[in-house]
Design a protein around this ligand. Sequence first.
Ligand code: ADP
Ligand code: AMP
Length: 216
Amino acid sequence: MQIMLLGLPGAGKGTQASRIVEEFHIPHISTGDMFRAAIAQKTPVGLEVKQYLDSGRLVPDELTIRVVQERLSQGDAKNGFLLDGFPRTLPQAQALDELLNRLGRPLNRVLYIHVPENVLMARLTGRRICRSCGATYHVVFQPPKVEGVCDKCGGELYQRSDDTPDAVKTRLEQYAQTAPLVDYYRDRKLLTQVDGERPVEDVYEEVRRVLMSLEG
Ligand code: ADP
Ligand code: AMP
């Protein structure tokens, strides 16, 4: 299973990804998570990308592609993977095609989680993440049982530095670079559109159906 999640920031990619990887046992490859980990560890990549993440701009293609290339060459990605937040530009999509063709493992489905843009500001500014396990919550739509505490591991919940109104605005503008990927994958007959403006479990039920049909 070589699959990818596509959609606006806040569409629910990370939320669906955590359910997919738990059920289908494939690694979750999120460039956003990888960049945030690099920033926290102050690696050379982290120092380079920090300015982009803080402001909500996209990290340059060359660096992003290199990071994904290294990740996909690791052993756990040999039996499938879930890409989340990559590719985000046409050059990234072309580089991914070349890489996967070279490895003889092309993508077999792109799930496009569609939501109207007007729901995203509320979703993103209310998002909270667990510092220990990375689980995603929302102060209104998916609140934890105890405020500020992760249900799964008891870790502390924090707000991403780019989930502020200013950075969200920039991120939504940057999506103009990602929008052409919908047609790119539709033309290649890889795209399945899922309505993401429903409760999380309803969205997952549809996602699951699509993925089961791939396995079958
Ligand atoms: P993405 O990874 O696409 O940026 P997330 O999965 O992090 O998006 O979701 C963004 C925010 O919206 C989170 O706070 C999450 O809890 C919430 N969310 C995700 N899916 C839904 C949904 N179907 N309905 C309401 N809120 C949702
Ligand atoms: P995300 O966690 O997917 O919302 O990504 C957070 C931030 O990481 C984005 O706003 C970008 O600054 C950066 N980023 C993540 N993935 C990519 C990508 N594929 N290309 C460029 N920048 C990215």
